[in-house]
Structures are given as C-alpha cells and as structure tokens.
Design a protein around this ligand. Structure first.
Ligand code: NAD
Length: 279
C-alpha cells in the first residue's frame, strides 16, 4: 500500500512500516505545500493538519494512521463522508500525561515555602477519560478529596476503587483547591473553560491544563489568574506565553506531557501495528 509518513515517528514504528509498505517520508511543511498526492494511507501526528483542504489533495486515501492521542487535527466528518478509516490508539500516552500532571501539581504546591500539602485538599478533575482516571489513581496515596466531572456516566465500581466522586461543575468549581483539565478538543469543547467557568473557581486555587490550549478562553484566564495561587500549563497560546513567562507562580512546559520514553514508542508502534495487521 502506497503510504505517506508525515513528520517523525519512533524508529521502531518507522522500521515496521519500511518492512511492510511502500513508504515515503516528508515534513509537515512539505506536506502542506504539495498540490496533490496519490497515496492510499497516511501516517501522521497531531502537529500535521488533515482538514478538508489537505484531504482533498489525497483522492486515493483509504486509511489515516494517527500516532497521537489527540486527533483534533483531523476532520473526522470528512473521513466519514469519504469512508476513510481512522486508525489510532487511545490511551497509549495517558500514563506519561498523568505523571506529568502530577509533577505539575506537586511543583505548583511547592513553588514557595511553606509549601502546600496535598493531603486534605479538594482536587477537581474535568474530563474523566484515560488521563483523568490515571491522575485520580496516582493521587490516591495523597489522601486528597478527588472529585470529577465528565459528560459520560462512569462505572460506580471503578469510582469506588479510585475513591472519586462525580460532581456537577457547579460543585467542583467553587470547592476545588486544584483544578486539572483533561477534555479532548472538539468544536463543543473549544473555549469551554471560559469566563463563566473561571469566575466560579475559588480564590487561591491552582489551575492545571495538559489537554489543549484551545479549551481555554485566554481572556478569561488572564482576567482571573491574579486571584489564583498558581497555574501550570503544558499547552498554551503565544499570548499566554508572553503574558505568563517569568512569573514565579506559573509553570509552562512546551507540550511535553506525552513525551515519556516508553509512551513515545507505544503511541507510534501500536497504531502502526494495527494498520499493518489490516492490510
Ligand atoms: P479520553 O477521550 O480518554 O478522555 C476525555 C474525556 O473527556 C472523556 O471521558 C469525555 O467524555 C470527556 N469529555 C468530553 N467532553 C467533555 C465536556 N464537555 N465536559 C467534560 N468532560 C468531557 O482522552 P484522554 O486520553 O484522557 O486525553 C484527553 C485529552 O488530553 C486528549 O484529547 C488530548 O487533547 C490531550 N492530550 C494531551 C497530551 C499532552 O501532551 N499534553 C497528550 C495526550 C493527550
């Protein structure tokens, strides 16, 4: 199958592709400049847009293999309309992102002496999927009060095991000492952490976002941040970077949440293996 690899993936996944398919590799910049391509499959990561415009350059496309968990770069409606299969593996980097979230929470708590202890704090997790659940699991040893919000009903046995209570946003926001965001970016979630949401968060809370920058309304974050004790962001706009750089109660990491050595291999090899199994 004539396959296009855009950007870099883990070398083990690249080697698997080389063994089994006719593969050519280009950068995202080169891909965006191509007028048309005759590949039947494309392997890419979240940094390469695959919207209607790019899809229209690939008239023979049958399969899209995403070596990332967030798939907001891809026009899913257009894939459906053209009957193009999407192959991607949820959960392959959740542990790395959950560990990074824990590092950010702990680092924020310790940005000054005396530092904040997690025991007894209320921690609100917004978006309780793979990553949100792992964050809760890792928090268990801290004896914190973990509450979460999701639009999907959760398994009561799992909630008991994780010692988490699902609550509406109206209960989480005014009560949480620490709020961490783990929702996916969809048109419905774009800008969902907005003025209405920030204004309900309590003074001196810690705010963490490792999901996507577009989930946050920058204006509202900038307005409410002075009330907060601190914020840690793995994903953020240029504007936020400019406004927040150098502040002692801000931690900015550059979209590295998933960059664990183990997860980097897993998030590339698993979808590639799934793709190769099917052809
Ligand atoms: P997931 O799909 O397992 O979980 C997302 C959860 O959010 C789901 O349970 C879903 O029901 C819930 N949700 C959707 N809309 C919601 C809403 N409006 N309100 C509340 N909950 C809502 O995804 P995941 O693996 O946990 O990852 C979450 C997101 O984290 C990804 O979509 C991606 O954008 C981001 N991510 C970031 C990095 C990084 O490097 N920082 C790495 C991986 C993933």
């Amino acid at each position: 199958m004539k396959t296009l690899l855009v950007g870099e993936i883990h070398e083990d996944a690249h080697n698997l592709l080389k063994e089994k398919v006719d593969i050519s590799q280009i950068s995202t910049e080169e891909f965006l400049q191509q007028p048309s391509l005759n590949h039947e499959a494309i392997v890419l990561r979240t940094y390469t847009p695959l919207q209607k415009e790019q899809l229209s350059k690939l008239p023979h496309l049958k399969k899209v293999v995403s070596c990332s968990v967030g798939i907001n770069n891809i026009d899913l409606e257009e894939l459906k309309r053209r009957d193009i299969e999407l192959i991607h593996c949820s959960g392959t980097n959740s542990n790395a992102v959950a560990e990074h979230t824990l590092h950010l929470i702990l680092a924020l708590c310790r940005h000054k002496i005396p530092f904040l202890e997690l025991t007894g704090k209320t921690i609100g997790i917004i978006g309780f999927g793979y990553i949100g659940k792992l964050v809760a699991k890792k928090l268990k040893g801290f004896n914190a009060n973990v509450i979460a919000y999701d639009i999907i009903e959760q398994d009561s046995k799992l909630l008991e095991e994780l010692d988490v209570k699902m609550k509406p946003l109206s209960e989480i926001l005014p009560n949480a000492d620490i709020i961490t965001i783990h929702v996916p970016l969809f048109p419905q979630t774009k800008g969902m952490i907005n003025e209405e949401i920030f204004s309900q968060m309590k003074d001196s809370c810690l705010f963490i976002n490792t999901s996507r920058e577009e989930i946050i309304d920058d204006e509202a974050l900038l307005k409410h941040f002075p009330r907060f004790e601190g914020a840690a962001l793995d994903v953020y706009s240029e504007r936020i970077k400019e406004e927040f750089s150098g502040k002692s109660n801000i931690i900015l990491t550059s979209h590295i949440g998933a960059q664990g050595k183990e997860s980097w291999r897993r998030m590339c090899v698993e979808p590639v293996e799934k793709f190769l199994d099917k052809i």
